[in-house]
Design a protein around this ligand. Sequence first.
Ligand code: 5GP
Length: 184
Amino acid sequence: MDNIKNDTLEILLSQDEIKAKVKEMAGQINEDYRGKSPVLVGILKGSVVFLAALMKEIEIRCSIDFIAVSSYAGASETSGIVKMIMDLRESITDRHVLLIEDIVDTGLTMDYLKDNLLTRRPASYNICSLLSKPSARRVPVDVKYLGFEIPDKFVVGYGLDYQEQYRNIPYIATLKPEIYRRNK
Ligand code: 5GP
């Protein structure tokens, strides 16, 4: 059978591990943002699975919005150039903004978005990321809510893609080397 799970090599984080962590992160957000009605800003497309899971565990009043940026353009190495592809719908002026990201790698995306979004004068601004690769960092990023630190390996699943595929794998995994060779 053609099953994309057969393309994965090593499972770094299982569905159960992620589920428990997402619940814990939402619990902290519920406490910290009580009475503040934050806007959760999902960064497309990688954050959608994480955002959907997280918001179901959030019990305070909140809204969601999306922003799309690109830095990889289909490759597994960052180009270092961040581009905005789609802006937010709503104004974030005087709103409590919680940016929801799948993974902080070099930090360039977060750095770009911080500069851009702070000019709109939100009431507060924080970052929530499921994953972080601290050893790949090129610029410092303050991640207030972090799920897991992972080694500097290219991972897919739980919203993260390789050439737009594998976002629907429900766990975080590496891919078999032949998958990259096939696409060269
Ligand atoms: P940064 O700007 O911090 O280098 O990278 C942020 C973006 O790069 C993430 O939102 C994600 O889209 C992509 N990225 C970084 N590392 C990985 C990875 O291991 N796997 C996948 N699929 N995307 C990654």
